[in-house]
Design a protein around this ligand. Sequence first.
Ligand code: NAP
Length: 320
Amino acid sequence: MAAQNSRACLVLSNGMKMPQIGFGTLMIKPHEAVAAVKAAIDAGYRHIDTAYVYDNEEQIGQAIKEVIAEGKVKREELFIVTKLAPQYLSPERVREGFDNSLKLLQLDYVDLYLMHVPTAVQFDKNDRPLPTNEKGELRIDVDVDYVDTWKEMEKLVDEGLAKSIGVSNFNEKQIERVLQVAKHKPVNNQIEVNPYFTRQELVSFCQSNGIVVTSYSSLGAPGNMKTEEDPVLLSDPVVKAMGAKYNRSPAQILLRYPVSRGCAVIPKSLNPEHMKENMQIFDFELSTEDVKSLDDLNMNSSQLNRFWIIFKDHPHYPFV
Ligand SMILES: NC(=O)c1ccc[n+]([C@@H]2O[C@H](COP(=O)([O-])OP(=O)(O)OC[C@H]3O[C@@H](n4cnc5c(N)ncnc54)[C@H](OP(=O)(O)O)[C@@H]3O)[C@@H](O)[C@H]2O)c1
């Protein structure tokens, strides 16, 4: 693959261009989000990834409003992604879930709207965080079929409110079912991809069906529900040695890995130096052998498995 510049874009199946690198915002707190997103835009990011459940859409909307008012970017230069929360998956709640996000973001449209998970949870009027019962277990909703949710999301495209729609955390079988009924095909599946969880078959399946994959937790989500025993991807000896070989940081090697496989990446950072470093991944390539060495680190296990376990009893649990 030829080296690309930091404005590299992937073309979605509906013809839209999505910047191959975006800025992730999971666990960026409301009081940090305006400054973080403005710093990311200053560093060159034009693709911002958020979600209703991240509880920072309002501040991200504020940052976008400010950078546009300051003349730094135009709305059409930004690619804004947000996600339908699990408690809004029932078809009659989809529009409400979307409207909540659009209002918080203070936008007229989003560039990409993703179904965050295929696993619905029960709606609760105190809708954040996710609703739990008295034992602290997630109140899953087994009656919602994500295919019916998809049919409602398609209306957002018809009305120009979402320029494109996609899914997140879907497996092959689940995507197949959506493709069978779709009037607007999912353009994107946002999933975890990193050398410890390489997702070879799922990435190939998506790409062969014209679905662009976005890799999340490409750096291994350090600090997110981890214990001292957990392997740390950024400190993996193979990754560090490769960094030395290419004269790049471990983070740059880890971000180049999904990019070399044709995926988008959305690293999160609160550190402006990391934000800039993470953008510098389009001026070098990993050899085929080095991509294979990273593939060989696969443990087939999510870096966020302590989180995803809350959905394990759901009939649509995707990690099977
Ligand atoms: N669809 C989904 O279900 C889903 C799930 C998880 C994540 N996501 C999305 O994907 C994004 C990225 O995933 P993630 O947040 O889980 O994890 P990640 O991007 O793999 O890791 C983020 C962590 O890496 C650190 N970091 C960033 N750049 C670094 C660098 N150059 N050197 C060393 N450390 C660095 C950050 O710390 P500093 O702040 O100190 O830089 C932060 O703690 C999320 O923010 C979110 O937008 C989506």
